[in-house]
Design a protein around this ligand. Structure first.
Ligand code: FES
Length: 319
């Protein structure tokens, strides 16, 4: 499962809002970078064993550079702190090729983009792409305050500025996001996209569903999840090696396998990116990720072993 990495150099670094660093990454020789579509992310390989995903927030029409916005997260498990400390102009870093689990629906006739805090990043790329495609959209950017929010200068100047509405917690009630009104009655061809803190996303998704949007018209990108490792212990058999491990309460399947010398590629460790996907040969997974669709979860033939667990006493995996 090892992949070919891309080496890039930090060409520009800009501090914006409170605790947001905006990075421009380019090929060291100035060659074009692999193309990406709006909603894509790259993995930053920050240190051995420290790999984190960040959405690309530049214009997908440009392959000269990638742009990322990274919030210094006090609850960081090392990723955002390493980005802020390490990635200075001129520094080289290995990244994955762009991957996209949050694409725009090509059939959409109208798009409602809603970004909370640093969740604005994929929405920026989407707004550039929808503008280039001459597609109807509106972009809502919610934040605690204007002073804390990144990208505001840019959003005031972009060609799609008239489609952008900002909503700040500490400003007048009239400018706050009236989600019921913004979502309105679902119209054929209208798709909703949301990215932000989990509580914010739950609010937007729940309201959209309550107002009658089909689940597959509400697109979501989680950037951090609390992994729930509770539940009893169970057994995992790695079919190819024939090894069987016991996964204790509070321990992930990946950790248990690693202790037995079975290495699984991981990246987000939060059930978001799909890197650790394994085929299930026997047993019933207890899915705790947000990567698999509901249908894929119901099939019970795949599992994300960084976060999911087992409902059965034993799982047999094709590893
Ligand atoms: S490592 Fe990202 S889903 Fe498991």
């Amino acid at each position: 499962m090892s992949e070919q990495l891309v080496t890039v150099v930090v060409r520009k670094r800009d501090e914006q809002g409170e605790g947001v660093v905006v990075l421009e990454l380019a090929d060291p020789q100035g060659r074009p970078l692999p193309a990406f579509a709006a909603g894509a992310h790259v993995d930053l390989h920050l240190q051995p064993g420290l790999v984190r995903q960040y959405s690309l927030c530049g214009d997908p029409a440009s392959s000269a550079s990638y742009r990322l916005g990274v919030l210094k997260d006090p609850a960081s498990r090392g990723g955002s702190l390493a980005v802020h400390a390490q990635l200075q102009p001129g520094c080289e870093i290995h990244i994955s090729r762009p991957r996209n689990h949050f694409p725009l629906a090509p059939e959409a006739r109208r798009s409602i983009l809603i970004g909370g805090g640093i969740g604005i990043t994929p929405m920026l790329a989407m707004a550039y792409a929808l503008t280039a495609a001459d597609s109807d959209f509106e972009l809502h950017y919610c934040g605690r305050s204007r002073a804390r929010s990144a990208f505001l200068d840019e959003l005031a100047q972009v060609p799609f500025a008239r489609r952008v509405q900002t909503h700040f917690d500490d400003e007048a009630p009239a400018q706050q996001l009236d989600l019921v009104r913004v979502l309105g009655q679902p119209q054929p061809g209208t798709h909703v996209y949301v990215c932000g803190p989990a509580g914010f996303m739950d609010w937007v998704i729940g309201q959209a569903i309550a107002q009658g949007y089909a689940d597959d018209h509400v697109h979501r990108e989680y950037f951090r999840l609390a992994v729930d490792a509770s539940g009893g212990s169970f057994e995992v058999q790695a079919a190819r090696s024939g090894k069987t491990v016991q996964v204790a309460e509070g321990q992930s399947i990946v950790e248990a396998l690693s202790a037995a010398g079975i290495k699984i590629d991981i990246s987000c460790e939060q059930g978001v990116c799909g890197t650790c996907l394994c085929d299930v040969l026997e047993g019933l997974p207890d899915h705790r990720d947000v990567y698999l669709t509901d249908e894929e979860k119901q099939a019970n033939d795949q599992i994300l072993v960084c976060c999911s667990r087992a409902k059965s006493q034993k799982l047999v995996l094709d590893i």
